[in-house]
Design a protein around this ligand. Structure first.
Ligand code: ADP
Length: 249
């Protein structure tokens, strides 16, 4: 079945807002540990799709399955997060008055974290996980700085580190490189690829084509709530229908 070996499986998903079809027969299959970029013009349905996965929006019809067996349409947002689905919104949300390390510690202790049970006083395993996560996000040298003093790019990496601390099976990331410099953009692609290489599936919504190219993964193009094209960035960027949609012809 198509459910075999998928961490995320959407089929025939419909969402209407006051009669307006935001998602129209949307299908999507993501393998465990896969990286996928979702692109598409404004209003294509990218945010609505993410909202259907996290339970913020309930589809009017269709299937949203996690890990081959869990029907996400039957669960609320908190229960979905506890399954191991992390979401990063476009704007960084970190605790500005805490240090980088304490931000990660807080994420690790969170109710959604599989590590929370291990979290005793100065727990060694917890400390090791914090060190590991900061290292992956290349934030080790900043661990004692206040989050408020970080650059925009560093705040985004810290928030990604906080999500990683919770060991998500699926990480949903919304426009992470908006407002970043080119070198920060490249650094972010490297970080997400590293996370993916460790077995976490990553779904990224992004407009920045330089970044999408750097992710070097399969791309899904949404348009009017459905999949318009799927394939490598090189393949979709010469797809006639994709060119029409982007050039508005
Ligand atoms: P994207 O993220 O690709 O820009 P969205 O998923 O935000 O697209 O929106 C898809 C369409 O659904 C848009 O036309 C948007 O105006 C509409 N839409 C999204 N959310 C709502 C809502 N809560 N109420 C009414 N219309 C909405």
């Amino acid at each position: 079945t198509p459910l075999t070996n998928t961490i995320l499986y959407l089929d025939g998903v419909h969402v209407s807002f006051d009669g307006f079809r935001a998602l129209n027969q949307l299908s999507l299959a993501i393998a465990p540990g896969e990286m996928r970029a979702i692109i598409g013009p404004n209003g294509a349905g990218k945010t609505t799709m993410m909202d259907c996965i996290t339970g913020k929006t309930k589809p009017d019809g269709g299937v949203v399955m996690f890990d081959g067996a869990v029907d996400l349409t039957q669960l609320d947002e908190a229960a979905i997060a506890e399954l191991g689905i992390g979401r990063k919104f476009q704007k960084p949300t970190v605790f500005e008055t805490l240090t980088v390390e304490d931000n990660v510690r807080l994420a690790l202790k969170g109710p959604r974290s599989p590590w929370s049970a291990l979290f005793g006083e100065r727990n060694r395993i917890a400390r090791e996980r914090i060190t590991e996560v900061l290292d992956i996000a290349r934030m080790t040298e900043h661990r004692d700085r206040l989050a408020a003093d970080l650059s925009h790019g560093q705040k985004q990496w810290l928030e990604i580190a906080m999500l990683l601390a919770q060991d998500p099976k699926l990480l949903l990331v919304d426009e992470p490189v908006a407002g970043m410099t080119d070198s920060e953009t490249m650094e972010t692609a490297k970080l997400l690829k590293k996370i993916c290489a460790q077995g976490h599936a990553v779904v990224v919504v992004e407009h920045d084509m330089l970044f999408v190219r750097e992710l070097d993964c399969k791309v899904t193009v949404l348009h009017e709530g459905s999949t318009l094209a799927e394939g490598s960035i090189d393949a979709v960027s010469v797809n006639e229908r994709v060119v029409e949609v982007y050039l508005g012809r």
